[in-house]
Ligand binder design. Sequence first.
Ligand SMILES: O=C(O)CCC(=O)C(=O)O
Length: 285
Amino acid sequence: MQYALSPTQFESYRDNGYLFPLDVFTADEVAAIESELEQARADARRLGLDIEIGKLLRSNVQLLLPLVYRLARSPRLLDPVASILGPNLLLWSAEFFIKPANTDKIVSWHQDLTYWGLGETDEEITAWLALSDVNVESGCMRFVPGSHRQRILPHRDTFDQRNLLSRGQEVAVDIDENDAVDVILRPGQLSLHHGRIFHASGPNRSEHDRVGLVFRFLTPAVRQQVASRDYAIQVRGLDASGNWIHLAPPSANFEPEYLRLRQQVERDQSAALAAGAAQELTTAS
Ligand SMILES: O=C(O)CCC(=O)C(=O)O
């Protein structure tokens, strides 16, 4: 693999539960991605779709935009993931985490795997791609090093409207903010994180939108344990597990059959995501 992690990077991920920054896309490539996203927004408007935050782009965008599959398969993004998870890789979901300039949107301290129905697996990784400057002022993520070695701990729902998470869930332990590391990224850089790492992010006090495109990769050995079925797009290697319904990537933005398919996927996944929640959920993570 041309862009495999070095042994030092691999050990750093294993010990800390995260790794950043990885240089993945150049400034020109980021500009090309941004103009494709602008086109996608125009397409959404033309089709009368609601593209507001928390809606269309907030969940399962791998079923809406061909761009997402292309980026997910790019060796510079996927080789580092394969260095950790091995050669057989599924894209389970992709989401935009957008915090508009000067807004109070936050993400509370949580562990990703809590409500996904995928168990406590080590075989899931998030690749978080910065499409803007991401720093303390604009509300970058923060990680607690080594916290991925914990089990999934109890979380409580806050349903805070400022929270970008579906239930406003937060891990029910006191986090010492002094232990946390700021995940500062330039546009085109990537961070990787483990599904049990404690992480959060603060409000965007800057004058520009903070934009992250987030890919959730799994090995085929991971299983959906709460919902009756689950779906993935194969991005590398083979899957003989029978654990996943394989989907083909879309070939155009917002294809009607994919909009329907995404609704079906989210109905099925909500059995895991909403388990035990006291309110209906509007987003998928
Ligand atoms: O983008 C953020 O601020 C939080 C993202 C997050 O929680 C995640 O990718 O798991």
